[in-house]
Design a protein around this ligand. Structure first.
Ligand SMILES: [Zn+2]
Length: 307
């Protein structure tokens, strides 16, 4: 069941956005995503997740982890395939401050296709669902994964659901339910006109400072723009978990080791968001988890000419 505060949010969302003509199908997807978020219950990042219970505390395939080249199995994995990633999405898109992150449910393309990924070590076809961010503060980095002992300023997660499952709720109950792409951002001081899609998204952050606020993003956006100009042929991949409660071990992770450079003034907008307690929403990352190499392997794909 929805909590009263969620009903308020949904009503407010409907009213606020009514005049911009958000398709009912997309609104329903946003509602489902928000119901999933509230089903996770109350949690915060005061202890970087070390006080979370259940699978978060007992699981042996948890995320995030330190991705270390020397400890990885370097193998000839086939490339990751991006389908409909360069097709324009139906707009406007809605971005929400859900108290834990800035989250955007991704709609279908203008042609009605759901962008999806397959290939690499993915056990199936995975449709894109949503995108969100983890960040630090003025004084600390905020990525969740580390690469060769190094953490980065921001980590973006593009969440996908296996097409064999109907809903996110169902997918999280299976080891092959979800696939998440992780992209590291490094803050740079120069202004850049690169990354059109990401800049459009970050330009709306001042409008979602308060918990449960929403903003819309219009214009020609596609999922591929989220990846900026990074090389997608080299990545770490392993079986892990959601990095928020209930920490379900349902995720095939793919984390690119090419780093996206993004303006400091855009990243700084994340630090102004506020959580449900009206406290600054900063350092919303979970601490590093044990890799448990006896239980799972981390693979690294290098670019090969023939594949
Ligand atoms: Zn995440």
């Amino acid at each position: 069941m929805f909590s009263p505060s969620l009903w308020f949010l949904l009503t407010a969302l409907g009213c606020t956005l009514a005049f911009i003509e958000i398709p009912e199908e997309y609104l329903a997807e946003i509602r489902e995503d928000q119901a999933g978020e509230s089903a996770a219950g109350e949690y915060n990042y005061d202890n970087q997740g070390d006080d979370w219970q259940g699978t978060c505390a007992t699981g042996e395939k948890q995320s995030p982890i330190d991705l270390i080249f020397q400890d990885s199995k370097v193998s000839s994995i086939s490339r990751l395939r991006f389908n409909y990633y360069n097709q324009s999405l139906r707009t406007p898109l809605v971005i929400t401050n859900n108290g834990h992150t800035a989250n955007m449910v991704l709609p279908v393309t203008r042609d009605g296709h759901r962008p999806y990924i397959n290939g690499a070590l993915l056990p199936g076809d995975f449709e894109v669902q949503s995108v969100h961010f983890h960040w630090g503060s003025r004084d600390s980095k905020g990525s969740e994964h580390a690469i060769n002992f190094e953490r980065y300023d921001v980590e973006m997660h593009i969440v996908h659901k296996n097409t064999r499952y109907e809903t996110m709720a169902e997918a999280t109950q299976h080891w092959d339910g979800l696939a998440v792409l992780g992209v590291m951002f490094k803050s740079v001081n120069r202004l850049t006109t690169q990354h059109y899609g990401l800049n459009k998204i970050f330009n709306q952050l001042p409008r979602i400072v308060e918990y449960q606020s929403n903003a819309t993003i219009t214009g020609q956006l596609n999922v591929g723009q989220l990846l900026g100009n990074i090389v997608t042929g080299q990545f770490y991949t392993y079986n892990g978990s959601l990095t928020t409660p209930d920490c379900a071990e349902a995720v095939t992770w793919t984390v690119f080791d090419d780093i996206l450079e993004f303006p400091h003034r855009q990243i700084a907008k994340l630090w102004n968001l506020r959580d449900s307690r009206r406290k600054p929403l900063i350092n919303n990352y979970r601490s590093l988890q044990d890799t448990n190499p006896g239980i799972r392997d981390v693979y690294y794909r290098v670019i090969q000419d023939s594949i």
